[in-house]
Design a protein around this ligand. Structure first.
Ligand code: ADP
Length: 226
C-alpha cells in the first residue's frame, strides 16, 4: 500500500542544511496500526508529512496506493489526499464556527448530497457516542470529545490511510485510551491503515508495529505477533 525507497529529506534555512531523514526504506500494508516513535526532532512528523503528501522528499521514491506522489501536480495531490487520506492532529484542528455535525460533514461537501451526508455523519456520530452533541460547537466540548469529532471527520470519507500526529498529546490517559480504542476498532472493521507519530506508551501498547527513528534512519522495525 505504501512503499518508500531511499527517501531523504533535509530542511534548508538560509545557508544551513539540516538533514532529517536519510535513505529511508519502508513498506506499509493495508490495515496496519503502526506507530512511528523516536526522540523529539528525530523526524517522525516529517516522515508522516511526506507519506501524507503534505511535504515533498528531496530524493527517493514514495509510492502510495500505486501512485508516485512526486509525479502529481499540486492540484492532483490535493484531490488524491482528500479522497484517500484522513488527518488527525494533536490540537484537534476543528473549525470553531461550525457545529459538531458540520465539522464532520465538511469533507463530504463536494462528494455527497445532503441525504447521504446526513446518513453517513449520523452513523459516525453514533459510533463516537456523540449523537446527542451534534449541534454543539467545539468550544462547548471536552478535549476527548473534540478528538472523537476529529477522528470522525478524518474517517467520514472512508479513507484508506489515516495519519495521526501525536493525537493523544492533549488528552488524559483515560480519554486517550477511549479515543485509541475507537481508532483501533475502525482499523479492524474497515481495514483502514493508521500511521501514528507518537511518544505515548498507550499507542505503542496498542500498535501492531513500531518503527523507531534515530539520527535520520530507521533504528528498529518491530511487528508484534497478534
Ligand atoms: P519529530 O516529529 O520527531 O519531533 P520533526 O519531523 O518535527 O521531528 O523534525 C525533525 C527535524 O527537522 C528537527 O530538527 C526540526 O527542527 C526540523 N524541522 C522540522 N520542520 C522544519 C521546517 N519546516 N523548517 C526547518 N526545519 C524543520
Amino acid at each position: 500500500m505504501i512503499r518508500l525507497k531511499d527517501v531523504s529529506k533535509a530542511y534548508r534555512t538560509g545557508e544551513l542544511i539540516t538533514p532529517v531523514l536519510e535513505n529511508i526504506n519502508l513498506s506499509i500494508e493495508q490495515g496496519e496500526f503502526l506507530a512511528i516513535v523516536g526522540p523529539s526532532g528525530s523526524g517522525k512528523s516529517t516522515l508522516l508529512n511526506l507519506i501524507g503528501g503534505l511535504d515533498q522528499a528531496d530524493k527517493g521514491h514514495l509510492v502510495v496506493l500505486e501512485t508516485e506522489l512526486s509525479k502529481l501536480s499540486t492540484k492532483e495531490l490535493t484531490i488524491f489526499r482528500s479522497h484517500h487520506f484522513g488527518f488527525i492532529f494533536q490540537s484537534f484542528n476543528l473549525l470553531q464556527s461550525l457545529t459538531v455535525f458540520e465539522n464532520i460533514s465538511f469533507p463530504l461537501t463536494t462528494l455527497l448530497d445532503e441525504r447521504h451526508t446526513k446518513f453517513k455523519v449520523e452513523e459516525l456520530l453514533k459510533t463516537i457516542d456523540m449523537f446527542d452533541q451534534k449541534e454543539k460547537y467545539p468550544d462547548q466540548l471536552s478535549g476527548g470529545q473534540k478528538q472523537r469529532v476529529a477522528v470522525a471527520r478524518a474517517l467520514v470519507v472512508s479513507p484508506k490511510i489515516v495519519f495521526a500526529d501525536e493525537p493523544t498529546a492533549n488528552l488524559d490517559s483515560k480519554t486517550a485510551q477511549k479515543v485509541l480504542r475507537l481508532m483501533r476498532d475502525m482499523c479492524h472493521h474497515n481495514k483502514t491503515t493508521f500511521i501514528f507519530s507518537t511518544h505515548d506508551p498507550q499507542i505503542m501498547a496498542l500498535a501492531d508495529r513500531i518503527v523507531t527513528l534515530k539520527d535520520g534512519q530507521i533504528a528498529s522495525d518491530e511487528r508484534k505477533s497478534l
